[in-house]
Design a protein around this ligand. Sequence first.
Ligand SMILES: NC(=O)C1=CN([C@@H]2O[C@H](COP(=O)(O)OP(=O)(O)OC[C@H]3O[C@@H](n4cnc5c(N)ncnc54)[C@H](OP(=O)(O)O)[C@@H]3O)[C@@H](O)[C@H]2O)C=CC1
Ligand SMILES: Cc1cn([C@H]2C[C@H](O)[C@@H](COP(=O)(O)OP(=O)(O)O[C@H]3O[C@@H](C)C(=O)[C@@H](O)[C@H]3O)O2)c(=O)[nH]c1=O
Length: 279
Amino acid sequence: MRVLITGARGQLGRALVDLGRGQGWQLWAYDLPEFDLTDVGAVQEAVRTAQPEVIFNAAAFTAVDRAEEEPEAAFAVNARAVATLASVADEVGALLVHLSTDYVFDGQNSRPYREDDPPNPLSVYGRSKLEGEKAAARASKHLIVRTSWLFGRGWNFVEAIRKQLLGGARQLRVVADQFGRPTYAEDLAEALVRLVNAGAYGLFHVANTGETNWAGFAREIAAQLGFSVPVVDISTEEAGRPAPRPRYSVLDTAKFDSLGQPLPPWQEALARYLRATSR
Ligand SMILES: NC(=O)C1=CN([C@@H]2O[C@H](COP(=O)(O)OP(=O)(O)OC[C@H]3O[C@@H](n4cnc5c(N)ncnc54)[C@H](OP(=O)(O)O)[C@@H]3O)[C@@H](O)[C@H]2O)C=CC1
Ligand SMILES: Cc1cn([C@H]2C[C@H](O)[C@@H](COP(=O)(O)OP(=O)(O)O[C@H]3O[C@@H](C)C(=O)[C@@H](O)[C@H]3O)O2)c(=O)[nH]c1=O
């Protein structure tokens, strides 16, 4: 299969590249600085040269707090560049696989969010990703996958907690009033390939099984790393982050799960990630 991957050195991008090499794909893998998704000419040239059957767009502006200060940059990558990709995907007849986020929801639900629940993003990042979904949906062949709380090779919440623990923190203070589903990039990459191979299109929610809050996630990370450092529950207000985040953004993955196997429990996925990244 001829495959083009953007954001190839990001968490998901790396997992996709590894998976693709193992499956013998003909791969075109791009990322900053040599490839800028916001450069229309560069995107057109890359896609026209590769003539891919599938484009995985794993590139994004993912700094949620920084996006509040830099909306133009966030919208350029997360929304406008996706419109370019969608139109050039159509030109070469490629399937566009695009990633989105639980942060398109406002978190007011009391049950997990389904694909047809109305989005209402609270943050610049969430709004830019929702615009990106609309742009991706204009490609005649598209697969849009919302996921959440990703950890993979790169910078993520697990690494932020590990850094504090290794730095000798005597306690951690972590938000306990935001709920979601942690997801391992390797498992997500496999799920994307399964969806593509099954000929799926449209919108899907994909995440590891189970749900927690950030404090619960931090406790599990500390326990699996062998630290007995206490994790103190704090509120979103106490954390004082610039970007508003949904209080409850648990994704309902029944549509994906019904195609075959649900992804493994997030605790088991975390154990695999920690083994793979132990130093
Ligand atoms: N991380 C998460 O918790 C979640 C992520 N998602 C979505 O999943 C997808 C993958 O996320 P994830 O792997 O974590 O992302 P990462 O931030 O790990 O990787 C994104 C990659 O895109 C690159 N990139 C940024 N801007 C450009 C640009 N203008 N041109 C080319 N490449 C660019 C980044 O480069 P550089 O690092 O140099 O900026 C980085 O290598 C994204 O669509 C994201 O919105 C959804 C839910 C949760
Ligand atoms: C590291 C840390 C975070 N927190 C809080 C801050 C915030 O409210 C929450 C999450 O922190 P982070 O900033 O690491 O995570 P955040 O960047 O909000 O993660 C999001 O990223 C984007 C890209 C997505 O699409 C989402 O699905 C989600 O994964 O935890 C603490 O309270 N204590 C801590 O020590």
